[in-house]
Design a protein around this ligand. Structure first.
Ligand code: FES
Length: 299
């Protein structure tokens, strides 16, 4: 942890219902942040720490971008904060950075992002583009009116303008109002099938971030095709200290079940090693929360 001082909010925006973006002055973190990492935010001195993925940063301006969904007390508290106010503390960057390396020409790295999964995939996507990889983003939302960051002058739009054909974007909506009608798994399956016929760009790797059920679906889909899949488990963390146990992931290594902590060993975990049958039921315990979160995730 390289910084834990009060940091001021530079700008805010409501991205869609209950989802807010904050640009915060945090030069030390902005300078050392790597794709895939997160921070721990203390909204007020007497509040709770919450982990938030670094959705973006600008080392020159000394700012970081956080996207917050108002579901728990702390996140609702953050969402009421305004420009000029300061968080009591931000610690980070934390977590293992994404493993980004160059893939051969003719391949692509596919990102499947469900709703609120888009902010955490953004820096990882950008890093792959920076090293020269082709990237396919499949971004899923419940409906077109819940989409964000897609306009020409917004983050994903600007990335597209910068990288042109190196970045392909497919939108999927559950109600079919924009793009593909259905879940993110639909366009992904089409790509996997095309690969099987020897057509299209070879999928080198899939990165999935979103609600646990969506990540499982993407993981199950990729497995029989032998395509590596990484799930980023930011959304299941509670305190991100390695102490609360909330982010425990059952993983099978060499036939043995071991427990990993998303906040220590992750947030990225090889999705094909996760024992999803043991992992998923936990989320049913938080049904109300999950339902609210699903609405916000657009699922
Ligand atoms: Fe609490 Fe990882 S989030 S132990």
């Amino acid at each position: 942890e390289k910084a834990a001082t009060a940091q001021k909010i530079v700008s805010t925006a409501e991205l869609s219902d209950g989802i807010h973006e904050f640009v915060v002055h945090s030069p030390v973190i902005a300078e050392s942040a790597k794709a895939g990492q997160f921070v721990r935010v203390l909204p007020r001195p007497d509040g709770e720490l919450i982990p938030l993925t670094l959705a973006d940063w600008d080392a020159e301006a000394g700012t970081i971008c956080l996207v917050v969904q108002g579901v728990g007390t702390s996140s609702l508290e953050i969402n009421q904060m305004e420009v000029g106010e300061a968080f009591a503390g931000i610690a980070g960057p934390l977590g293992r950075p994404s493993d980004v390396h160059e893939y051969p020409t003719g391949s692509t790295v596919v990102f499947t992002a469900g709703g609120l999964g888009l902010p955490p995939v953004f820096p990882i996507m950008r890093e792959h583009l920076r090293v020269g990889n082709h990237v396919t983003l499949i971004a899923g939302f419940r409906s077109g009116d819940l989409m964000f960051w897609v306009g020409d002058d917004e983050r994903v739009g600007r990335l597209k303008a910068e990288y042109g054909d190196q970045l392909e974007i497919v939108y999927a909506t559950n109600d079919g109002s924009v793009g593909y009608h259905g879940f993110v798994t639909g366009p992904l399956e089409e790509m996997l099938e095309a690969n099987k016929r020897g057509e299209g760009r070879t999928i080198a790797e899939v990165v999935t971030i979103g609600p646990p059920l969506m990540m499982r679906a993407v993981s199950d889909l990729t497995k029989p095709y032998g395509v590596p899949c990484v799930a980023s488990l930011n959304s299941i963390m509670v305190d991100a200290t390695g102490m609360c146990g909330a982010c425990m992931v059952p993983v099978v290594v060499d036939g043995k079940l071991v427990r990993k902590h998303a906040c220590i060993d992750g947030p990225e975990i090889d999705s094909h090693l996760i024992d999803w049958d043991k992992f998923l039921p936990r989320f049913r315990l938080f049904k109300t929360q999950e339902q609210r979160s699903r609405v916000a995730h657009g699922l």
